[in-house]
Design a protein around this ligand. Structure first.
Ligand code: MG
Ligand code: MG
Length: 268
């Protein structure tokens, strides 16, 4: 199995990719508008696909590795790769919604964990800490650091809060392909891994479990769930590595504007 080469993008290419990342954020804002108790995950998937195509792009996941859907929606103990279907969301659920688009030759790939109705305080805390893990990972994504520095920052914050860090699934480079080198694990050792340089675009995506770090895959061949059945959270941004500070290409601001208008509590 050949190792994927590292791909550097020019500033112009990064600007094009950013449009894809922003469209993912706008698509997730459409999800934010409609997500509520009683809504099925298939309904959310349908409206996301329509929104992406109306905006001149194509769903990034659908058809890739045999993925049947536009969104991957993972509820409660589901970590990632939940397939949309007849399941109606219920009061108290949390749902990670992962979305990719392909537009003008470049992928965007971002995920947000939504709350449905009233969610128990310990689960809210898991969501806040996972989002903080993403921020800490982004802070470490600067030129001269290594992928292990990103993983270390994420792991440190998650474990110091008593949570488990999923090992089997990792972040990744992003560009003309959805999954480029390097792999960006959410755990690691400082000073280890691939050296980061300007021009690299990374999808950083902590998957943090309230309980044990271990996961298993369901018989559908897709859905990954926590081994202990406790909830999991997932937030993902796309960043361009720079000297001093990474540029965040994706945004949660469209999503959170909608959530605030709906009167939802938004974690900082
Ligand atoms: Mg994703
Ligand atoms: Mg990703």
């Amino acid at each position: 199995m050949g190792k994927k080469p590292l791909v550097d993008l020019s500033d112009d290419e990064i600007a094009v990719l950013k449009e894809s990342s922003l469209l993912v954020g706008k698509t997730l804002a459409e999800v934010a508008r409609h997500i509520a108790p009683g809504v099925t995950t298939a309904e959310l998937d349908r409206l996301a696909e329509e929104f992406i195509r109306d905006n001149g792009a194509v769903p990034g996941f659908k058809g890739l590795y045999g993925c049947p859907s536009t969104l991957l929606i993972s509820v409660n103990e589901q970590v990632v790769h939940g397939l949309p279907g007849d399941r109606a969301l219920r009061d108290g659920d949390v749902a990670s919604v992962d979305c990719g688009v392909l537009m003008n030759g470049f992928y965007g790939d971002s995920a947000y964990t939504f709350t449905i109705g009233e969610v128990a305080e310990p689960v809210m805390r898991l969501l806040s800490v996972t989002k903080e893990c993403l921020e800490k990972g982004i802070e470490a994504a600067v030129e001269g650091n290594r992928t292990g520095d990103i993983g270390f920052a994420i792991q440190q914050h998650a474990e110091s809060n008593g949570y488990g860090v999923v090992r089997e699934l990792v972040g990744h480079g992003l560009g003309r392909k959805l999954h480029e080198a390097p792999e960006v694990p959410n755990y690691g050792r400082r000073g280890h891994g691939v050296k980061l340089r300007t021009g690299m675009v990374l999808a950083i995506e902590p998957m943090i479990n309230m309980g044990v770090k271990e996961v298993k895959q369901l018989s559908d061949g897709w859905t990954v769930v926590t081994r202990d059945g406790k909830p999991s959270a997932h937030f993902e941004h796309n960043v361009a590595v720079k000297a001093g500070k990474a540029e965040v290409l994706s945004t949660f601001s469209y999503i959170e504007d909608v959530l605030k208008r709906k009167g939802k509590f938004v974690t900082t």
